[in-house]
Write a protein that binds this ligand. Structure first.
Ligand code: SAH
Length: 275
């Protein structure tokens, strides 16, 4: 090589940058239920078509990612997009469905004001909650819960956080009903801000793995004294504390989710496609 040719400096350390993974540029992710197989053509759900057309201005030839928990994540090419329908040809597998089961954490919470509840739903999904369950308690501020709105926030957070599984939002139930219907094999950790309670991290460490549990967070006004009695007496419930400060309900919910996921080992893993 002539000595006056510009040379590229050697990297200070580390391997040559890897070629981008196929599909790395296809940022748009669409949840599509059912089997997803390379070579197949699939129709997209109507809500996704609207978003692709009017917000993302997608056109035939654009690459997008399709996903669901059973099928994993696939790279596809948009072959047709109309007002109400769109078709994608599946080209390749980007992620296989995960093996084994990670933590399975249901979040039961007393409804909050609109913005706080939207934030709560979105962030809880980012933190790996698998089911959102509004619960009506004596001091609940809002009796009307827009589950469609929460579902939309949860779906957006699933896409953004690169999850494969949809997060369902249950219809609101009373606290009594929640406790009556609660499965026996899923400990419910109820956050109570006063009186005796195990620290959440120690209570979580005692839950068998893989973690299948629920977390219950009260309303801005807290649980009423008879509700706290009910929780303390319930066989399926363990009352837990989140430290010496009284947290706002949304802070309590998100801090508790992060603590539980850390104790369950969820925050230590990275999926293979982002290692
Ligand atoms: N009304 C209470 C505060 C309620 S905080 C008051 O004004 O004193 C809202 C909810 O967040 C509570 O019902 C509880 O579920 C949770 N929470 C807040 N801080 C907590 C703490 N230090 N320990 C356990 N739970 C807490």
């Amino acid at each position: 090589m002539p000595s006056d040719m510009p040379t590229r400096p050697a990297p200070a350390c580390g391997p040559e940058p890897a070629a981008p993974a196929p599909g790395a540029k296809a940022r748009t992710r669409v949840f599509v239920p059912g089997p997803l197989t390379a070579g197949d053509d699939v129709r997209l759900p109507a809500e996704a078509v609207h978003h692709l057309r009017t917000v993302l201005r997608a056109r035939p030839g654009d690459r997008i990612r399709l996903f669901n928990a059973g099928a994993g994540e696939m790279l596809g090419v948009l072959t047709d997009i109309g007002k109400a329908t769109a078709a994608v040809r599946i080209e390749a597998v980007l992620r296989s469905p995960p093996e084994g089961s990670g933590p399975d954490l249901w979040l039961a919470f007393a409804p909050l004001k609109k913005t706080a509840m939207d934030v709560l739903a979105e962030k809880a999904v980012e933190l790996g909650v698998t089911r959102l369950m509004p619960v009506l308690t004596r001091y609940t501020d809002t009796q009307r819960v827009r589950t469609d709105r929460l579902t939309a926030h949860a779906a957006g957070a699933v896409v953004q956080s690169e999850r494969l599984d949809a997060v369902p939002v249950a219809e609101p139930v009373t606290l009594n009903r929640l406790l009556d219907d609660w499965p026996d094999d899923r400990p419910l950790l109820a956050a109570v801000e006063s009186g005796p309670a195990s620290p959440l991290a120690s209570a979580a460490a005692a839950v068998p793995r893989p973690l299948r549990a629920g977390l219950l967070i009260g309303p801005e006004g807290g649980f009423a004294p008879p509700e706290v009695d009910l929780l303390r007496r319930a066989r399926k419930v363990r009352c837990v504390g989140l430290g010496p400060r009284v947290l706002r309900a949304e802070t309590a919910a998100l801090a508790a989710c992060a603590i539980l996921q850390a104790v369950a080992g969820d925050l230590a893993d990275r999926p293979p496609h982002r290692e």
